[in-house]
Design a binder for this molecule. Sequence first.
Ligand SMILES: *Cc1c(COP(=O)(O)O)cnc(C)c1O
Length: 416
Amino acid sequence: MLSALEKYDPQIYELLTQEKARQSGSLRLIPSENYVSKAVMQASGSCLTNKYAEGYPNKRYYEGQQVTDLIESIAILRAKKVFKAEHANVQSYSGSVANLAAYAALLEPGDTIMGLSLPNGGHLTHGWKVSQTSKIYNSVQYGVDPATGVFDYNKIEELAKKIKPKMIISGATAYPREIDFEKFGEIAKSVGAYHLSDTAHISGLIVAGIHQSPVPFADIVSTTTHKTLRGPRGGMLLCKADHAAKVDKAVFPGLQGGPHMHTITGIAVAMAEADTPEFVEYAKQIVKNSKRLAEKLLEYGFDLVSGGTDNHLLLIDLRNKGVTGKKYAKALDRAKIVSNYNTIPGDPAPPFNPSGLRMGTPSVTTRGMKEEQMDCIADYMKRIVENIDNETVIEDVGKEVLLLCSQFPVPDHFIA
Ligand SMILES: *Cc1c(COP(=O)(O)O)cnc(C)c1O
């Protein structure tokens, strides 16, 4: 597949070869990452990258849409089916742009939005202060209960009653528990606010029926397509039929020009994959794996935000281990265990050197790893945290990681 690259751009070819080896030879525990199938890779690396298709199926501004109209219509149909949604828009370039489009569809600049703050697990685009979303809109943020690390829905309702937002955003980027989207919907309704639900991380669990779906309880649902959903990099919006025209207009021409048809082709393939019993098994195993990892880490004296997990991710509060998130993440990376340092709710440390570590199980689950391998990972993590300055131990763990990776190669149809 890459032979032309090898011939015409050996420098980039060599770097891609290195990255492919890194992805095979490391335990990738960043919860937003995954391995897409070869079919998705081929669809998204296809000749559709050559095509302009501004507009929507059968309403385009360029000719030559005989194939693109069919592909986008199939992607929309499949997305509607797996999410049980009345309408789907598959053109957003990413999850961030999907959120901007959801705001643009229902709000005016200056309207008040109420989202989860970044240090409490929210996404930048939920109105965090460095994001344009906090400049365009009046952003008031909610958090988790600092004592438990989970949502206190009564507090959220109280805040909503006080500030009367035009939109409440549910969903998170670092929240290890199941979210009660129905409750968020009720709170929004009780104050006359729209409810946007951002399911970027957990949409794979939702379509598999493992996590409550917000589709019945939200005006708009946004998601990325590349996290647990295991499609190409992109974004998607789902909504009720009565918001469909507004959502489509907000994406194009409101925010974007030509849709990335090669990505939409990959999304179509990924939605078919998500509609299989194998996908449901994969999603169930993701949760089994993260629960097992949590259990073992707790046994080893790690402190987990909220005390555990219901989904694909874990958030470790490292304060009792006497190491910062950054130092631990870097040591783990030297042992080929790739995670990311993260703030914990109420973090006393600064965001560039926070007290937490975030990790998740989607990628290792795609490789076929199960509970037994989670025990190995927890053991590696224990040894490294206890020997944070001992390069010999870190190197030894790295060798074991390589061995484990070789026993669980990225399935052939999952690497291109
Ligand atoms: C990842 C994420 C996004 C943004 O997706 P990008 O594709 O990186 O722009 C938005 N919201 C949440 C909750 C996310 O986790």
